[in-house]
Design a protein around this ligand. Sequence first.
Ligand code: MLC
Ligand code: AMP
Length: 477
Amino acid sequence: MTVLFPLLEAPDDRVVLRVGELTLTAKELQRRCIAHARALEANSIPRGAHVGVWTQPSLDTCVALIANAATGFVTVPLDPKLGPRELGHIAADSKPVVTVAAEPDAVKGKLAGVPTLAVTQGEVDGVVQWREADRAPLLVLYTSGTTGLPKGALIAASSVAFDLDGLAKAWAWTHEDTVVHALPLFHVHGLVLGLFGALRAGGALHWLPRFEPALVAQAFSARRSMFFAVPTMYHRLSEAAVRDPSLVAALQSARVLVSGSAALPQRDQLRLEQLTGKRVIERYGLTETIINTAVRVGTSFPPGSVGQAVDGVELKLVDDARQPTPVGSMGEIAVRGPNVFLGYLNRPDATAAVLDADGWFFTGDLATIDDAGHVRIVGRRATDLIKCGGYKVGAGEVEAALLEHPSVREAAVVGRPDPDLGERIVAFVVVSGAVEPKHLEDHVAALTSPHKRPREVHVVAELPRNAMGKIVKSRLP
Ligand code: MLC
Ligand code: AMP
């Protein structure tokens, strides 16, 4: 079995991490990982313990995430913008023994009963047991469902290693590549692909703590760059590139442009291709399975393809009874392979609902697969799941937050097509008294997290209901 990050066993003097003006060489990163492990040991925290990482944008956050993974602690990433309810739920469910933060003061009063340590700054020479790519948990990643509070997906180190190696093969990803991305570090995309992927390949990461087209334009200085982004970012880049030749040149200089987390609209794909002469390649994944399919670099692919199965991943399309659909017809994607998660933390019921005894994980995504194995996503089983800017949001979570407002009597939330966000969150509410829609938007942003806020709130006299009294969302205006 190999270690998760071979680079840390024999580090050199190459810069492997860049955040703003700050950089770390592989040797410096290795010594910071050892310092981190020593600091946790000094606090009697055993390997395998759940350690929260407050993912505020900084180089220290990247170090804590890598060091936890590399030296055997299980990371629970904590988005600093989580509302009090979700943060409380995640802490109670995952029970981190400690949280590490670049600025511990920012956590003060937010995580009752969980001590906070500052990310260790020093560098220590020495020997540590580097984490192997074994089948034990590496991450607890919280993901939304249609209703209820988010569930913690337990991701094994072996799943991450397997999947990243498959992608390295698909994209000819080597130690010579520098990944550039501006994604948050608490989801699969930015954390597993962007941060762990760069390190496992033995290459470098240039992380932009904030997405802004002008910053992206300046970030491609390496000889071989790979850019990872969600479709909303590509949409904004394509709009900005029309007026910014330096951005066009930057995107042209990238070896590969990869999109994922939501469908890349053909309009943005074509606009970028016209501007740069390059086609963005897509890959498709989920928190629970990391990446399932990827377009191979240097191959031709049909429009809308999210690629073929990653090597070693099995795919099938099934009907409502989970039986294979006839060849050539649409069905729900089921996935089996070493990439599939271990289950949801403390939720055997929810795990059993998506993972069968033969190891098939049912994604809820509807697709077709052509003769060459190219997968095209055509929809989603649950209309109550919304993908907004690449974030998954359950309509039920937003409805529950709205209903906590004293003036809201009834609420129904849907996703509506949006050229920038993919889907925008739209709420219909029945209220008592007068309440400003913007006020309700802010209420949801504060109670949950800002990306879950409705972008439109409509006050209506009543919600459409069927004879049983159930809200019929398809009849909303
Ligand atoms: C806005 N803000 C508010 C607010 N309205 N704060 C409080 N109250 C309100 N009412 C704040 C936000 O927090 C944010 O702050 C800023 O204002 C802008 O907010 P926004 O409008 O929501 O951001 P936007 O510019 O639209 O963001 C677009 C985006 C973002 C593309 C940058 O959506 C994003 O980062 N998406 C990535 C999602 C992702 O990584 N998904 C991967 C899931 S894994 P501030 O300080 O933050 O600027 C997965 C598997 C796979 O899907 O296959 O990959
Ligand atoms: P999450 O639970 O946040 O990890 O989101 C996973 C979901 O994102 C999948 O179930 C898909 O619906 C969606 N998704 C990810 N990648 C793509 C893609 N390339 N095209 C379309 N949808 C995608």
